[in-house]
Structures are given as C-alpha cells and as structure tokens.
Design a protein. Structure first.
Length: 165
C-alpha cells in the first residue's frame, strides 16, 4: 500500500449506513453481482462511473449499522480509500481487516465536491484537496493498524507472520 493515496473524489452525505452501501438483496449473489449493487439505492449506476483508485468522501456516521462486508465491496470495486468526518466502529474494523484504508478527518465532507482530487498522506495523516488547495488533519492510525493495511489485510499479515498457511 502506498503511503500517499491520490484519486478522484466522490462525495456522500451524513449517516450512510451499511444498508445503503450493501443492500440485503445482494447477500446471496456472486461477488460480481453484489458489487454492481453498491449504493444502488441512493446512486444508481455509480459503480459504472467510478475509476480504479477513486476515493469516497463522506460525512458523519459513515458505515454505521450492521456488520455487512461493505468495506470489502468498496475495495473490490476499485476504490482506494474512504475518508469521512466519522466512521462506524464495525465498518472501520472490517476496513482494516480487508486492508482498505478508512480515515476519519473532521470537516472533510465540507472540503470536497465530486470530481475534486484528494491526496491522503498516511505519513503525516493529512487529507489534501489538491483541486482547492486545502489541507485537513486526519486522525492518526496506530502502528498495528498501519501494519495490517500495509499487508493488504489481516489474513495476508497472518500468512506473512506464519500463523496461516
């Protein structure tokens, strides 16, 4: 994982829960079909618009709700990271487990618009709006979490350390 993530931004509002991210109708479908339904209830066709390496920016309470594997699907469809004013605890932990950066940064939802370019610096824990020349301070992740993200998830890390074959 690069310590600097740069991509085009897609902005979502506040209170985006896992039901909006990953509809219940997708549970029994193959992963490819599940991915096509990400945010289909609030942004139909969105997965056809995004590009590999894009960044999702959201408001308060992103990923609250159930333990649906929304983080895995966001990574699967090609997003590089999510940055939100605040992130639900279960979604955050799932993001870490899947090696998908989920960064909390107060004020980020007001600092970006769709199409802006963001740069997330995981050395300094800063989020920059390259388009508008604005920099915000993000919440620093502990070293143990950074190690999991750098390994691309908990399972690859456990394999690397010899706990899994």
């Amino acid at each position: 994982m690069d310590k600097i993530i740069r991509g085009t931004v897609w902005v979502f509002g506040h209170n985006i829960d896992t039901d909006l991210m990953y509809p219940g109708s997708a549970f029994q479908l193959p992963i490819e079909e599940q991915a096509r339904l990400v945010f289909s209830g609030i942004r139909p066709g969105w997965v056809d618009q995004i590009g590999r390496g894009d960044i999702l920016v959201a408001g308060r309470n992103f990923g609250t709700g159930s333990a649906r594997p929304g983080a895995m699907l966001l990574k699967y469809i090609g997003l590089a990271a999510v940055v939100a004013d605040s992130i639900g605890g279960t979604f955050f932990r799932n993001s870490v487990n899947y090696g998908f950066p989920a960064i909390q940064c107060a004020g980020v939802s007001e600092a970006f618009q769709d199409g802006d370019v963001a740069e997330i610096d995981l050395h300094k824990f800063e989020v920059r709006n390259v388009t508008r020349s604005r920099t915000l301070r993000a919440i620093r992740l502990p070293q143990q979490i950074m190690e999991i993200l750098e390994a691309e998830g908990i399972v690859p890390l456990l394999r690397k350390e010899g706990y899994l074959s």
